[in-house]
Design a protein around this ligand. Structure first.
Ligand code: HEC
Length: 139
């Protein structure tokens, strides 16, 4: 599981770096960005990252808990940032932006020395309901 997660994070990193590198070659300003993965694969990744965050929040004895929450939440935010480009519909984009921004707040809270546990749980709840809202319409 750990190796699979690490490989996944590295893979996402490569995709991300390539997207930055190729931006210089194609449309400046980001408007020409196109995700290379299917929504299905992207969602698989979101599911893995979200599960990892929730596990670490539940289990206070998780080694390097703060880092696990921070990194997994940031990768989730990045995947949702990419998800914005998967469909040209205002509500779809708004839900993807909401998951992105809330996951970044979660990463910031998680990296604190003594995170506010209630806030961590509230942010997870907020993300979860946004996943559900988009799924109700588009999944
Ligand atoms: C903006 C829209 C949107 C948001 C937000 C969203 N999803 Fe999805 N999700 C989809 C769509 C569309 C599908 C169906 C994709 C498919 O199966 O082709 C899907 C499918 C899935 C699946 C099933 C994929 C599979 O392997 O069968 C999982 C798991 C998933 N989403 C996880 C999440 C999680 C976790 C979140 C929140 C952190 C989330 N999604 C937020 C649009 C969204």
């Amino acid at each position: 599981m750990r190796n699979a997660t690490l490989s996944f994070v590295l893979l996402v990193g490569c995709v991300f770096c390539f997207s930055i590198a190729s931006r210089g070659l194609s449309a400046p300003g980001g408007s020409g960005f196109k995700p290379v993965s299917s929504v299905h694969s992207l969602m698989h990744g979101q599911g893995v990252m979200f599960k990892q965050v929730r596990k670490a929040i539940q289990k206070k004895s998780t080694p390097e808990r703060g880092e696990v929450i921070e990194h997994a939440a940031e990768v989730l935010a990045e995947l949702s940032n990419v998800n914005m480009y998967q469909k040209d519909a205002d509500d779809y984009r708004a839900w993807a932006v909401s998951v992105r921004d809330t996951a970044m707040e979660l990463a910031k809270e998680g990296e604190k020395k003594t995170p506010d546990e209630d806030r961590l749980k509230a942010l997870v709840g907020q993300i979860k309901s946004t996943c559900g809202e988009c799924h109700d319409k588009y999944q």
